[in-house]
Design a binder for this molecule. Structure first.
Ligand code: SF4
Length: 297
């Protein structure tokens, strides 16, 4: 597995997700200039990264994304991913230009099965239709598709239907990420953050479907005590060592950052057989729902 770097190319976006974790950065920061992106890629490559994820808010609205991808390929990155809200891949010419430049995998998001559920959450009309059209284009162009879907109060009941749809389209992998309770998600926490034990039966059903079809599927930010029998699907176990190049700072190790800054454990976790490998929930979660759901294994 290659060491990875997540490069945020800028913070503009064509969606306004109710659960966005990038807050008001879109009003603060200009797009990174191509020269700056090239310098970042040089530094991260020399630091041992061979896998780059272009992200941001929405990287595909950056005017120089194609050139940035071409540069990453030219200097030797082996794996090049575009992490996106998925609303631009329906443009066949643009998607072909990304592939020609060197993209090796696409990671669009879909939030979830029903168009209305998705569009209400991303607060953009017709967004779901564009994402689905984009997935079809990516399939027709034989691309690797890795889906990310954020679990919220509005959508979790649709997990099994969404899994069935993604399997029908033929994606290569999908992941359900429990909403990270920061920025917009924190502001909207009453309406956005579900109780994990309500979510679990639906997520497990979706994982069962993926397993039956032999398609890798994962969850993020759901601890082992709620994933018994489904430990194979815990995404934190397969995440490569990753640096994150944010607007004003760099995180050298995303894993260390999650353990030290973003996740939390209860006192009783010390008695748990998974304590050494489990990161616990996002630290804001027990402030809403307490610790009762997390029983040591
Ligand atoms: S009890 Fe704590 S350490 Fe054990 S699985 Fe749950 S959150 Fe993780």
């Amino acid at each position: 597995m290659y060491k990875r770097t997540d490069v945020k190319v800028w913070f503009a976006c064509n969606n306004y997700c109710t659960f966005c974790v990038q807050g008001d950065k879109r009003f603060k920061f200009q797009p990174r200039k191509l020269e700056e992106i090239r310098n970042i890629l040089d530094t991260e490559y020399n630091d041992g990264c061979k896998y780059v994820v272009f992200t941001g808010w929405e990287p595909t609205v950056h005017p120089n994304l194609v050139e940035a991808v071409a540069y990453a390929k030219q200097i030797g990155f082996k794996q090049i991913q575009i992490q996106s809200n998925g609303t631009t891949f329906h443009d066949v010419d643009y998607t072909k230009s990304l592939i020609a430049a060197g993209v090796t995998e696409f990671s669009p998001s879909i939030h979830w099965f029903h168009a209305e559920t998705h569009d209400t959450q991303v607060q953009t009309p017709w967004a779901w239709k564009k994402v689905i059209k984009g997935l079809i284009v990516l399939k027709q162009l034989n691309q690797i598709i890795i889906i990310n879907s954020v679990i919220t109060k509005d959508n979790y009941r649709e997990a099994p239907e969404l899994a069935a749809l993604l399997l029908k389209i033929g994606v290569n992998q999908f992941q359900f990420a429990f909403v990270h309770i920061l920025w917009s998600a924190a502001k909207n926490k009453e309406t956005v953050v579900p109780r994990k034990s309500d979510v679990i039966p639906y997520i497990h059903k979706a994982l069962d479907l993926a397993k039956k079809h032999g398609v890798p599927a994962y969850t993020e930010a759901i601890p082992y005590c709620l994933m018994q029998g489904y430990e194979w699907a815990i995404a934190e176990n397969i995440m490569p060592e990753t640096s994150v190049i944010d607007a004003e700072y760099k995180i050298d190790s995303y894993a260390d950052y999650r353990w030290s800054e973003w996740k939390a454990k209860r006192k009783d976790c010390k008695k748990c057989s998974k304590n050494d490998v489990c990161e616990g929930p996002w630290k804001e979660y027990p402030e809403i729902y307490g610790w009762d759901e997390f029983t040591p294994v």
